[in-house]
Design a protein around this ligand. Structure first.
Ligand SMILES: Nc1nc2c(c(=O)[nH]1)N[C@H]1C(S)=C(S)[C@@H](COP(=O)(O)OP(=O)(O)OC[C@H]3O[C@@H](n4cnc5c(=O)[nH]c(N)nc54)[C@H](O)[C@@H]3O)O[C@H]1N2
Ligand SMILES: Nc1nc2c(c(=O)[nH]1)N[C@H]1C(S)=C(S)[C@@H](COP(=O)(O)OP(=O)(O)OC[C@H]3O[C@@H](n4cnc5c(=O)[nH]c(N)nc54)[C@H](O)[C@@H]3O)O[C@H]1N2
Ligand SMILES: [Mo]
Length: 741
């Protein structure tokens, strides 16, 4: 029936023991109990993990490998060669039997009538959407010939890949495609759109950005969802937060937008966007002034406390209240609640650090856990991301040695529009001539999409788009290549919520002529005459060779065990339980020389965001509303927008504004409004609220498709800069004006 024989994990074993006791008591064999005789289905049913819908179905263990914290473990059922049902793997402690709304509708993506099934070449003007079907051979001929011409005339660096979150798999997305680009000496793409500024900021404090796992949230006495949106962006975290509350823990939400969790929180703090560093320093001042900090921890495990103590004097509460819009009394109340127990956890989201001041903002927040002695404590410390459990050797997969000593330039994906239009000094000097977009979608998921469009319209730019659908970006391609869906490909996924490694087995063959990323880049390399052995490897070859065999934490993960168990929890222990920190001093650094050397305040400071009343008063006069553009519940960046079922539940393109701003502009709920800044203009429906956002703030969900909204994606307005740290994104740094349409 299937080669996936067993379900995985401890829950299976413990249930089997339980069922044996139950059966013995009833005088039944365990199989009788389930009315099943043998084979995989009986095994599944007995394990208590999964009862298939159709007894004749073939089951495959899959992964929702889209770019989402949770990265769900899934089980698909196949009948007559077609997937008919999909459930969350009940044995996986995070997925626990159910994916989110998007995961539930994966089959609608897989079998979408608009799936791109054949290679195409452009048959009209760029952006016109006219195509002619071609064979793979012809597609490879066209791409290979054009790339070779570009390499001969301008060098490999004139070609750039653009990629991010189509699959987020280690193999198909982060790893193997880079072999091809290294071989041709293409410019490197800095894949910094997402959470990058925070990674650097946290490293100054702790020596690593990798924090606690969701299982630990449940042990929290005070869980602080600071700039995160669990109910939408990582729904499986909510269960653990609820467990904490059932155990008497408090929930605090800090967010300019009253998101679902905020409405249920014990305390909701609603700062002005981009001012969280001031808030954190104000909280630190209360902790120090009121002697609520952990002197023992501070003395033993930190450096620079005196400098922090001096620094917070610059943040008296009246000043902080003015900067942030948070009342003084609430700052004090929060500090006291937070310091009540060391089992206080701050979970930082990524939306808030996609700002020009995103790094300094995360750095300031990161100083709070050590003040109360929380790092290393059960249910205490911080959570941001876990990426330290990737099992595959990146060098093996990406093969940087194929560069053969060539030093290539880096293009930051956050500036793709500027890069394509020659607005960056490097691309002005040496223009981009070839662009290969795969597993990414700059229109509408990047910033300033009007500028990106201008770049993509360049007649002298050769663009390949490799996707499952004819996306907004695909409209500007010269060649379109059909990508296989993840259920059609082999992949290893590591989540970024906890520390799970998951194996995704192909459940069905690729539809039409679609192919996996690995297949396409290997075939293209061979077609272009590159004879390196690596381009002949299959996915299985690569996984077998690239699996981490050195680190004992990964010792149980082999190709065979992945096939058998489907997912693993990588046990790296509780972060900081040993009180060892990989900073230059070996301690938590309230004062960081490395940070100072980069030109930042070595402790922390509130740096007004690039577009704000303080930093750009003239711009503020024109555009007095801070626009935040977080993730919607039903889309994954731009993905799923073209799925009819999702369209029925997705909120139409809307902007939420405060009633004071609405009244001043004569706007009522349901009115159409124009939202604009120097980067563009969109027409959206207004939703007026007394409290969802404060006056001077607006919210509209990110990355709706241009062609499904009549050209009204909010990403037209999003800032396309690099954040202060690590080349991060600035998609949340937006001043706009709103006017009745
Ligand atoms: N449903 C769904 N899930 C997703 C995604 C999706 O598109 N849809 N995207 C996935 C991806 S790529 C990522 S990176 C993650 C992101 O996961 P999250 O970081 O949880 O989500 P975001 O929506 O980016 O931003 C979180 C929150 O930041 C708030 N915020 C914005 N500016 C500020 C600020 O200045 N201060 C504070 N305190 N808060 C602020 C927003 O209001 C928002 O509620 O989610 C992943 N999961
Ligand atoms: N306004 C605003 N915009 C934002 C953000 C924000 O906060 N505000 N957040 C940003 C964040 S956090 C992120 S991570 C980015 C995401 O940015 P992107 O990764 O560029 O965006 P996606 O829309 O996820 O596009 C992924 C594309 O890959 C395709 N795809 C899926 N699977 C495969 C595959 O197996 N192979 C190939 N070749 N293609 C595949 C999908 O169909 C889709 O078109 O968006 C950013 N956009
Ligand atoms: Mo992201």
């Amino acid at each position: 029936m299937t080669d996936d024989k067993k379900s995985s994990g401890f829950s299976r074993r413990s249930f089997l023991q339980g069922s044996a006791v139950l059966c013995a008591g009833l005088g039944l064999s365990r199989l009788d109990l389930f009315g099943l005789s043998d084979g995989f289905l009986a095994d599944q049913a007995m394990s208590g993990t999964y009862t298939p819908f159709d007894k004749t179905a073939t089951l495959t263990y899959n992964v929702c490998g889209r770019n989402c914290h949770d990265t769900c473990s899934l089980i698909s059922e196949k009948v007559n060669g077609r997937l008919v049902r999909l459930v969350g793997d009940p044995s996986n402690p995070i997925t626990a039997g159910t994916p989110c709304v998007k995961g539930h509708t994966h089959l609608n993506v897989l079998y979408h009538p608009d799936r791109l099934l054949h290679p195409m070449k452009r048959a009209g003007k760029k952006g016109e959407g006219k195509w002619e079907q071609i064979s793979w051979n012809e597609a490879y001929d066209i791409i290979g010939k054009r790339f070779k011409e570009i390499i001969a005339s301008d060098g490999g660096e004139a070609i750039v890949p653009y990629t991010f979150s189509g699959t987020f798999g280690q193999l198909q997305e982060w790893g193997v495609p880079m072999r091809f680009f290294n071989k041709i000496g293409a410019s490197t793409i800095q894949r910094d759109v997402c959470l990058w500024a925070g990674l650097e900021a946290l490293s100054y404090t702790y020596g690593t950005p990798f924090g606690s796992e969701p299982e630990d949230y449940a042990k929290s006495k005070c869980f602080v969802a600071w700039g995160s949106n669990e109910a939408y962006t990582n729904v499986h975290a909510v269960k653990f937060i609820n467990q904490a509350r059932e155990n008497g823990g408090k929930l605090v939400v800090i967010n300019p937008h009253r998101n679902p969790l905020a409405s249920q929180a014990d305390m909701f703090i609603q700062p002005r966007p981009g001012t969280d560093a001031a808030l954190a320093l104000g909280v630190a001042k209360v902790l120090i002034d009121e002697n609520l900090y952990d002197k023992d921890f501070v003395e033993k495990y930190t450096v620079g406390f005196d400098k922090l103590k001096a620094k917070v004097q610059q943040y008296p509460l009246p000043k902080v209240a003015k900067m942030t819009g948070v009342p003084e009394s609430q700052i004090v109340e929060f500090a006291r609640l937070y310091a009540k127990s060391k089992q206080s956890m701050i979970r930082m989201g990524y939306g808030m650090q996609r700002r020009k001041n995103g790094g300094t903002l995360i750095r300031a927040i990161s100083l709070l856990p050590p003040l109360i002695g929380a790092p290393g404590v059960d249910g205490g410390g911080f959570a941001y991301v876990a990426l330290d459990h990737w099992p595959l050797d990146m060098d093996y997969m990406q093969r940087p040695d194929l560069l053969a000593g060539r030093k290539v330039r880096e293009i930051n994906m956050n500036e793709v529009g500027k890069a394509l239009t020659g607005e960056l000094p490097t691309t002005k000097q040496k223009p981009i001539k070839g662009l290969f977009v795969f597993s990414g979608n700059p229109i509408p998921s990047g910033g300033n999409v009007n500028l990106t469009r201008k770049g993509l319209l360049r007649e002298d730019l050769f663009t390949v788009v490799f996707d499952q659908f004819v996306t907004d970006t695909a409209d500007y391609a010269d060649v379109l290549l059909p990508a296989a869906h993840m259920f059609e490909c082999e992949e290893i996924n590591a989540d970024y919520l906890g520390r799970y490694v998951r194996y995704n087995k192909p459940a069905v063959p690729p539809m039409g002529e679609s192919k996996s990323n690995v297949q396409v880049f290997h075939e293209l390399a061979r077609h272009m005459g590159y004879t390196d052995d690596c381009f002949n490897e299959t996915e299985a070859d690569i996984i077998k060779k690239a699996l981490n065999k050195k680190d004992p934490a990964f010792k149980d993960i082999t190709y065979e065990s992945l096939n058998e168990k489907h997912w693993f929890h990588v046990d790296l222990g509780r972060p900081f339980a040993d009180h060892k920190f990989k900073t230059p001093s070996g301690k938590i650094e309230f004062y960081s020389e490395a940070l100072g050397k980069k030109g930042f305040d070595p402790v922390a400071e509130y740096v007004p965001d690039m577009e704000s009343i303080e930093a750009s008063p003239e711009l503020y006069t024109k555009y007095p509303i801070h626009l935040v553009t977080p993730a919607s519940a039903q889309l994954l960046s731009s993905q799923w927008h073209n799925v009819p079922y999702i369209q029925q539940v997705l909120i139409e393109p809307t902007i939420t504004i405060n009633k004071a701003d609405a009244a001043a502009r004569g706007i009522k709920t349901g009115d159409f409004v124009e939202v604009f800044n120097d980067r563009g203009k969109v027409r959206l429906k207004a939703k007026v609220s007394a409290s969802a956002v404060k006056p001077g703030v607006a919210m509209s969900y990110k990355s709706y498709w241009e062609k499904l909204t009549g050209g009204n994606t909010i990403n037209r307005l999003a800032l396309d800069e690099n954040a202060d740290m690590n080349g991060g994104a600035t998609l949340s740094t937006n001043l706009v004006q709103v006017a009745k349409a």
